[in-house]
Design a binder for this molecule. Structure first.
Ligand code: APR
Ligand code: PHB
Length: 389
């Protein structure tokens, strides 16, 4: 097989890149390890930055998002009973869209099917060969047969555990990492959301997030020790813990019910530089991970695709390599700013094991300052709705 751009990984990064390239007349093949059903069963965050919303519309997959998604003009940060509203609309003129990442991925598959795109599921032992040459190719096993895909460029969109990043020789790569000493226990439930807008809660009992998918589907998180297992958390224990972290008004009126999904995710900040090695480009989680506190994971993947798609079109259609030469540096500038914001939100809102009494006071003072300073709220809003591409 032969294509222009071989895309490793059929998550949101790979599918969006493929979708935009196909619409510009660039041929792609997406190689995905899992089944489509498996990809679509993963529950991830649900907040789309303003720029992400525009990108998805431009990629021709905005219709269902515009019909079923919920624009949010603000969110809350709380400190025990103090509720600080961040009014995105007033402070920045923009808003975000609450629409699950799983739905974005589903829309991408539907759109790719309509374009007749080639997405190969169930590939094993993917190896990127000769990436640092003019003739790269990808080898993989499908149904027991070893296959070869020749291409002009390779996009590594295969997430944190993928093979693309590791294809770049270790002496070229620089990795930066912070692992946080807690995880998020997430619960999805068919209940009315605790509030119309998201609540990021700092409290004496730790961090909680009250989010939602729609008027009858809520998504909640509480911080838990990394050693905890899902089995340790009955629904009753979860609801009690969540209530103890939220402002009492919200907790008292909150609807609870059986969980329909429950999982624990560790929190990590990670960047691998550079994003390019020869004809291989890293995109999304393959190159960077953020803790979910700022909802930046998917949005960063989309901004990588923003930089890379134009660069690939320019080089393939016009022989202009300036975009691909600049990709790594341009994308990383924005990635590091989102890293900073996610780290700051995480630090501002979570209890760290063994922390001194000073740390809790710093969180409280930060929240008080936010409640009193429009400048501080504007800075947060600007980052939350998404920095410009
Ligand atoms: N070969 C082929 N496919 C692979 C391989 C491999 N060796 N390894 C992983 N994959 C696939 C995974 O099965 C997955 O479907 O690559 C895909 C990567 O998808 P994601 O992990 O969702 O990463 P990405 O597409 O970059 O999505 C951006 O940012 O913070 C997150 O939640 C956010 O998942 C979102 C992500
Ligand atoms: C979610 O709805 O799953 C969600 C929202 C905001 C975040 C993280 C997760 O920051």
């Amino acid at each position: 097989m032969k294509t222009e751009v071989a895309i490793i990984g059929g998550g949101p990064s790979g599918l969006l890149l493929s979708q935009i390239l196909n619409r510009a007349g660039v041929a792609t093949v997406v190689l995905e390890r899992s089944s489509r059903e498996h990809v679509l069963s993963r529950i991830r965050a649900g907040v789309l930055e303003a720029g992400t919303v525009t990108m998805l519309r431009e990629a021709g997959i905005g219709d269902r998002m515009d019909r079923e998604g919920h624009p949010h003009e603000g969110c809350f940060l709380t400190d025990d009973d103090l509720m600080v509203r961040i009014n995105f609309k007033d402070l920045t003129g923009a808003s975000v869209m609450v629409y699950g990442q799983t739905e974005v991925t589903r829309d991408l598959y539907t759109a790719q099917d309509a374009l007749g795109a080639t997405i190969v599921h169930g590939v094993e032992d993917v190896v990127i060969q000769d990436a640092y040459s003019d003739a790269p190719y990808v080898e993989y096993t499908l149904d027991g047969t070893r296959m070869r895909l020749d291409c002009m460029y390779v996009a590594g969109c295969d997430g944190f555990h993928g093979i693309s990043r590791k294809t770049i020789p270790a002496h070229i790569r620089r990795e930066f990492e912070r692992v946080y000493p807690f995880g998020w226990l997430g619960v999805l439930s068919r209940t009315r959301p605790a509030h119309e807008e998201l609540i990021y809660a700092n409290s004496a009992n730790g961090f909680a997030l009250a989010s939602m998918r729609n008027q009858t589907l809520s998504r909640y998180y509480v911080q838990v020790p990394l050693t905890d297992k899902v089995a340790d958390w009955s629904d009753a224990r979860f609801w009690n813990k969540l209530r103890s972290c939220l402002p009492s008004d919200v907790a008292d009126s909150m609807e609870t019910g059986p969980s329909i999904e429950k999982s624990i995710a560790p929190l990590r900040s990670f960047v691998s530089e550079p994003l390019r090695w020869g004809r291989l480009f890293l995109v999304g989680d393959a190159a960077h991970i953020v803790p979910p506190t700022g909802a930046k994971g998917l949005n960063l993947a989309v901004s990588d695709v923003h930089y890379l798609h134009q660069a690939l079109i320019d080089v393939l259609k016009k022989g202009d390599a300036t975009g691909i030469d600049a990709y790594s540096e341009r994308a990383l500038l924005r990635i590091w700013k989102a890293m900073r914001f996610s780290w700051q939100m995480t630090t501002m809102l979570h209890q760290f094991d063994g922390e001194d009494s000073f740390a809790a006071q710093m969180r409280k003072a930060t929240l008080r300052h936010l409640s009193q300073s429009e400048t501080a709220r504007r800075d947060l809003a600007e980052n939350y709705i998404g920095l410009p591409f």
